[in-house]
Write a protein that binds this ligand. Structure first.
Ligand code: NAP
Length: 170
């Protein structure tokens, strides 16, 4: 039994994350997906709540035949304690997948095996770029899984982002 952990903010969960995930699924028996910065929402960089992101990831994962746990993790003020905080919130895991240098360093210092998982097609499969397209009224739907499009439409997410960006400029 090998359990792998994949961490991201997923603002929103897009096809780049999904490609990485499909690759991980082939390497482990169970997967833990951590929704980072869970306390953040209703910000231009973090428009979606932890609950909405849990839904995005869980629905997108329905097509993968694997046992998965989707768990929100709030940030804490001390990086040196973050791995203990993370471990206290998730089932035991043998390997972590990330490309974030800080996260790699913290996990490796704690003796956890880390595998890097670079995103594909970074120009379009990027949370920043997708949020920009939403704000500009451009087509963003082709860059996220179908199920995620439905969730974002259901919560009127694009209008939320537009409203937040107005209040930020005042
Ligand atoms: P992130 O802040 O969500 O992403 C940082 C950048 O890396 C984004 O541009 C993101 O793109 C990109 N990225 C995400 N996955 C990638 C991949 N597989 N390959 C290449 N680029 C990738 O950071 P994260 O690493 O995904 O998530 C780390 C989470 O852990 C964050 O929520 C962070 O706050 C948390 N953390 C907290 C502490 C603490 O509380 N002290 C310490 C360490 C980490 P997209 O926008 O397209 O995803």
């Amino acid at each position: 039994m090998r359990r792998g952990l994949y961490l991201g903010r997923f603002q929103p969960y897009h096809l780049g994350h999904h490609q990485v995930l499909k690759k991980i699924v082939r390497e482990v028996d169970e997967i833990i997906i951590c929704i980072g910065s869970a306390q953040k929402s209703h910000e231009i960089e973090n428009p979606f709540t932890a609950g909405e992101r849990v839904l995005m990831v869980s629905r997108a994962l329905e097509e993968c035949d694997i046992k998965c746990y989707v768990i929100p993790i709030e940030d804490i003020q001390r990086n040196s304690l973050w791995v203990s905080h993370l471990k206290s919130m998730v089932p035991p895991f043998e390997i972590a997948y990330t490309n974030n240098p800080l996260v790699i360093e913290l996990l490796r210092e704690a003796g956890i095996e880390v595998k890097q998982s670079p995103l594909f097609k970074r120009n379009s499969y990027s949370g920043t770029e997708i949020r920009r397209m939403m704000l500009k009224g451009e087509k963003w739907e082709q860059f996220v899984p179908e199920k995620v499009v439905e969730i974002i439409r259901g919560i009127d997410g694009v209008n939320r982002l537009k409203t937040i960006s107005q209040s930020d400029q005042e």
